[in-house]
Design a protein around this ligand. Structure first.
Ligand code: PLP
Length: 384
């Protein structure tokens, strides 16, 4: 089976993990801050806090921005459930903004309209979580302007978008978000097995993220509320979690970061080949002021054929997938009051969606096979 995505682990990655396993520190050692500093520097952010997965990073981001039961958080329905669940973890009310049918990202006109209505009703969001779907950055300048005008904060779910660029700046330093989150799950651009990171330019937010990552505990005397009664003393200041990344993971992440430019270049080349294949399918439109990290290659096939195309590709050992079932259509979100039809563009997109294989190790011959199979299947189905 040719999978839709997979990691690439080379000898330098293995050596990095091996060195940690032989060292004194499997966790809470020097590999984590080294990885954090390297990621922050590469992306052009001031601070980075590495955690056990991106879902945890999104949860911490909500906590750091004081999102709670009285808060409203909006995100895109065309995303993995974690983009919305993070707000539910802290008891906030979740709502969605429909997508742009060309970019498959959150629609700026839909956002502007919804914000104007929310202002009239007194239901403005506290936080917006734009998602850079498939690695393509959202319209962050417009998001940033609306954030200023209506007074909400912004968490970028950049799980797909490590290495993407927006108006000449890497995601993580666009200046239009309070916190940026990346995922290092094996199907993403670079991996730490499980892992995630939160980037920010705010020292206060960075300190809060770091505190909450490790139980809300501090050993910093300047932060303590009581006098230390010995050198062993530490204080829990608020209710945090164990969301730490291990040193093995951080060492793998650091090693993978040295290969990131190669990962991105390979994905770009494969995407150019898919673009040139000229399938009779809809595809993501990519505005020229931004560069996708190309996590996914989503196509649109006629909705009545989607299931057959999917099944026949799988039968041909091509591990296609579908991204995403609109979040509001899941039973958990239906129980919160959402219905089919609430976000028609996301639903229409989903009904036609298939993600083709795209990953660093995908060989051109394999990609040509995918292209041939897809063209043949479409031809047969349209004729038949
Ligand atoms: C993968 C993903 C996440 C969650 O990442 P984990 O590291 O698996 O927790 C969140 N949001 C989006 C858009 C994702 O694709």
């Amino acid at each position: 089976m040719i999978p839709y995505g997979r990691q690439d682990i080379d000898a330098s990655d293995l050596a990095a993990i091996d060195a940690v396993l032989r060292s004194d520190w499997l966790t809470q050692g020097p590999a984590v801050p080294r990885f954090e500093e390297a990621m922050a520097a590469w992306c052009g952010a001031q601070y980075a806090v590495a955690v056990c997965n991106a879902t945890a990073a999104l949860h911490l981001a909500c906590r750091a921005l004081d999102v709670g039961p009285h808060s409203r958080v909006w995100t895109s329905p065309n995303t993995f459930v974690a983009s919305a669940n993070c707000a539910r973890y802290v008891g906030a009310t979740v709502d969605f903004v429909d997508i742009n049918p060309a970019t498959f990202n959150l629609s700026l006109p839909a956002l502007a309209t919804k914000l104007a209505a929310a202002e009239r009703n007194g239901t403005l969001p506290d936080v917006l979580i734009p998602v850079h779907f498939a690695g393509l950055p959202c319209d962050m300048a417009e998001v940033g302007e609306l954030a200023k005008r209506y007074g909400f904060r912004v968490i970028e779910d950049a799980s797909h978008a490590v290495g993407a660029e927006y108006q000449g700046r890497r995601i993580g330093s666009s200046g239009h978000a309070d916190i940026t989150v990346f995922s290092f799950h094996p199907v993403k651009i670079l991996t730490t097995a499980e892992g995630g990171i939160a980037l920010t330019d705010s020292p206060e937010l960075a300190a809060r993220l770091a505190l909450l990552r490790s139980h809300g505990i501090t050993r910093d005397p300047t932060l303590m509320r009581e006098e230390a009664d010995g050198p062993w003393y530490y204080e829990q200041l608020e209710l945090g979690y164990n969301y730490r990344m291990t040193d093995m993971q951080a060492a793998l992440g650091y090693s993978q970061l040295q290969r990131l430019e190669a990962f991105l270049a390979r994905r770009r080349a494969l995407v150019a080949r898919y673009d040139a294949a000229g399938f009779p399918c809809g595809r993501q439109q990519r505005p020229t002021d931004r560069a996708s990290a190309h996590h996914l290659y989503p196509i649109q096939v006629p909705a009545p054929l989607r299931r057959k195309v999917f099944e026949q590709l799988r039968a041909a050992h091509i591990g296609v997938n579908v991204h995403y079932i609109p979040v509001h259509c899941h039973p958990y979100y239906r129980e919160l009051g959402f219905r089919s039809g609430d976000f028609p563009q996301a639903e229409r997109y989903y009904a036609q969606a298939i993600s083709l294989p795209l990953y660093y190790g995908l060989e051109e011959a394999q990609q040509d096979y995918v292209c041939r199979q897809l063209s043949q299947i479409l031809e047969d189905l349209v004729e038949g």
